[in-house]
Structures are given as structure tokens and as C-alpha cells.
Design a protein around this ligand. Structure first.
Ligand code: HCB
Length: 222
């Protein structure tokens, strides 16, 4: 791993907001691709912070500062992530974080990458009720809709199962392809709830999304 990438990880884990942004700019200027900075630097830092939080070594205010370091750095990277993306429309996507859950860093990253790869993305935001998702599916200006839903907590993840039930009850299963993600979401969970796919990161999410939406995957920019 390059020194600069490690410094970005360290800036996130030490809640060094300005440092994370500066190092991110430096890494970009040195030619490291934006996605690599996200996946090998910033996201690794957030994973370490999460593990330390779980171990009781860090507390919420520190997590919030680390999240700010990642978010501010993402503002630097977003134009790069979206530049020169696929122009052909891959389809319409609804992006949202499950009800009761406000973790949006990963969801926003997935939405950005889908947007950069041909999807028209409507971002519904965080803490979104399943009824809202159903309404949005029904009024979506497309025959087929991709759901890119996130849940970061084991509690909010259960809402994905309820959503699948509601989608079937409301008779819109034929109109949607359902991709769910977030740290607790596994392939076994996706099978259990009858969804269509999951992905461990934003780059994989693009591949999975295009696959389940039957869009050519050779043109992805990830
Ligand atoms: Co938060 N939190 N948190 N948190 N938090 C987690 C999620 C825990 C796992 C930490 C822990 O205990 N180890 C834990 C949940 C435990 C559980 O349920 N099993 C937890 C908890 C408990 C809580 C609170 C309840 C704490 C409290 O108040 N006592 C509270 C909940 C608030 C709420 O939602 N109602 C809370 C609050 C916070 C903040 C506000 C401090 C902050 C969120 C800031 C924000 O998002 N704007 C926060 C953070 C940052 C985390 C951790 C540390 C990092 C999450 C993150 O941003 N990761 C997280 C620890 C962890 O996840 N291991 C911890 C980085 C991104 C890039 O990764 O996994 O989100 P990602 O997304 C990936 C990937 O999953 C995939 O691609 C993304 C990009 O590569 N993907 C998809 C994501 N969505 C997809 C959708 C698709 O369709 C496809 C792929």
C-alpha cells in the first residue's frame, strides 16, 4: 500500500478532518484513481473506526468526526468519480437507507457510482419508510426500476424483508430489481428475503446492478 493511502486511512481513524481532505487532494494530484482512494484509504479507515467503536475503544463523537473526514474527502472525489461516466442510460434507480437508519456514507457512494455508470438515480435519503419506496416505484418513469437500498444495522436490515413482502403484496415485484447492501447484509440474507443481489462495495454494486438490470457490464467505469 502506498504511503499516501495509509496516511488517508490514518487521518480518518484519528479524526483529522483537514488532514484527510488535504491527503486526498494530494493522492489525486499524484495520479491515484479516486475509487482507489475511497476503497483502499477512506473506507478502510471507517472499517477500523467501526471495529474500535465495537470494542469500546472509541465513542460516538469520534465516529462522527471520522465520518465527517470521510464525507469532506468524498466531496473532493465526487467530481472525479462521476467524470466521463457512461452516457447511455442503464435505467432508473431509487436509492435509499432503510427506515430507522441514518448511516448514509456507503449509500451515497453507491448512488454516485451508479450515476457515473449510466443510471438515473433518485436519492430518497435516510430513514425511508417502505411505503414511500412503494409509492416511488409506482410513480417511477420507467418500466423497470433498480432499488439500491442500504441498512447498516441488524435492526434496520429487517426492514428489507418487510419491503420485499410489501413489494409482492402491492403487485410491483415485476417492475423492480432489488439490490440491498450495508455491512450486515449477506448473500444468504438476500436469498432468504427473495431479493436480487447485494454487493460488498460501490464498485461491485455497479457490476451487480447492471447485471440484474440486464445492461451490458463491459462498459462500466469502476
Ligand atoms: Co453507526 N453503527 N451508529 N454511526 N456506524 C455502525 C453501523 C455499527 C456496526 C458499529 C458497531 O457497533 N460496530 C453499529 C450497528 C450495530 C448493529 O446493528 N449490528 C452502529 C450503531 C449501533 C450506531 C448507533 C445506534 C449508535 C448510537 O447512537 N448508540 C447510531 C444509529 C443511528 C441511526 O442510524 N439511527 C449510529 C450513528 C452513527 C454516526 C451518525 C456516528 C455515523 C453515521 C454517519 C453517516 O453515515 N452520515 C456512524 C458510522 C460512521 C458507523 C460506522 C463506524 C461506519 C459506517 C460507514 O460509513 N462505513 C459503522 C461500522 C461498520 O459499518 N462496520 C457503525 C463506510 C461505508 C463506505 O461503508 O458498509 O456503509 P458501508 O457501505 C459500503 C458497502 O456496504 C456497500 O457499498 C458501500 C460503499 O463501498 N453498500 C451497498 C452499502 N449500501 C449498499 C447498497 C447496495 O444496494 C449495494 C451495496
Amino acid at each position: 500500500m502506498s504511503d499516501i493511502i495509509k496516511e488517508i486511512t490514518d487521518a480518518v481513524t484519528s479524526q483529522n478532518i483537514n488532514g484527510a481532505v488535504e491527503k486526498t487532494k494530494e493522492a489525486l494530484a499524484s495520479g491515484i484513481p479516486a475509487l482507489e482512494i475511497v476503497q483502499k484509504g477512506l473506507s478502510v479507515g471507517m472499517k477500523i473506526v467501526g471495529d474500535r467503536f465495537e470494542a469500546g475503544e472509541l465513542f460516538l463523537p469520534q465516529i462522527m468526526m471520522s465520518a465527517k473526514a470521510m464525507n469532506n474527502s468524498m466531496e473532493v472525489l465526487n467530481p472525479e468519480l462521476t467524470a466521463g461516466g457512461a452516457s447511455a442510460s442503464a435505467g432508473y434507480c431509487l436509492s435509499f437507507v432503510q427506515s430507522g437508519d441514518i448511516h448514509d456514507i456507503g449509500n451515497r457512494l453507491v448512488a454516485t457510482m451508479l450515476g457515473a455508470n449510466g443510471f438515473t438515480v433518485k436519492v430518497l435519503g435516510v430513514d425511508v419508510d417502505n411505503e414511500i419506496v412503494i409509492e416511488e416505484i409506482k410513480k417511477a418513469p420507467a418500466d423497470k426500476v433498480l432499488l439500491a437500498g442500504s441498512a447498516l444495522m441488524t435492526t434496520s436490515m429487517l426492514g428489507q424483508k418487510d419491503l420485499m413482502i410489501l413489494i409482492n403484496e402491492e403487485g410491483v415485484r415485476g417492475k423492480v430489481k432489488c439490490m440491498f447492501g450495508g455491512a450486515p447484509v449477506s448473500k444468504a440474507w438476500i436469498e432468504e428475503i427473495g431479493a436480487d443481489g447485494t454487493a460488498e462495495n460501490a464498485a461491485e454494486a455497479v457490476i451487480v446492478a447492471r447485471k440484474i438490470m440486464d445492461v451490458e457490464t463491459s462498459k462500466v467505469k469502476v
